[in-house]
Design a protein around this ligand. Sequence first.
Ligand SMILES: [Fe+2]
Length: 291
Amino acid sequence: MKFEHVLTANEKQTLIRVERLAKPTVLFHITDSHMHETDDREGIEIWAESVRQYSFDALETRTHFNRSLDYANELAVDQVVLTGDIVNGATLNNLDYLDKRLHTLRSPYLYTPGNHDWEYPFEPWSEAARSSQYAKFDRFTNANPSYQSAEVNGINLVAIDNSTYQITDDQLAFMERQLARGLPTLLFMHIPIYIPSLLEDVMREWRSPIMMAAEGWDAKLMAEWMIEEPRAATIDFYRMLMDNPYANLVGLFCGHIHFAHRDAFGRGAYQYVTKAGFSGGYRTIRLLPMH
Ligand SMILES: [Fe+2]
């Protein structure tokens, strides 16, 4: 399968030529809006902690988010994909607000969670915290927050939750099956995969290598970020994406680090990181036939 990533002059635009593509296809990527709409429905202390914790301007974050959805509607995109940290905390009002806004979309969407989506006031980040909140994301994910796929004009869009920096055995098997279908495939995840050329910028911004399967963590930083060493399935997943066994993994699209980045990844693919929604970021992904 042939495809070509065309260099664009604007970090909000991605252009990919794909051999034998049935028709031009436009996707819209939103990530890291970090909205906080928590109110008093779960008690005053939950509300107070949400207000205390975040410096994001609530009006600004929701304004950017709503403008992005409007823009996706104006463009009449084929699919919207949201890659997590859309809200700060799985509180009732955050999720109800999100649901209400997503209902304004005229295109279908895929949603994969980020670590801030499933956090909850007073609960530290952990796999247990994610498990306890996970079902709240059923309504955005066809009842499977862990992994999903959607086919659009012969392109396979895969969303996988790697927001604990790990991949499960089920997710690994799912990704294998998706690639084996042989369709041009785009993978959407919250956390970018480690690429050496991304390390310097991530360290400058975050002082920790907050990428999946990253090198450069030390024990103290891992404890601070509450993450664990990559498990076997995480490493196998990383190797599979790098190897690109069916040569049909076209691109990866992520967020988490909040700035835009584009770089070659593995055999022929590119990894695109999209700028955070709270600061006006989004990405249009145009897939055009190759002549
Ligand atoms: Fe984020």
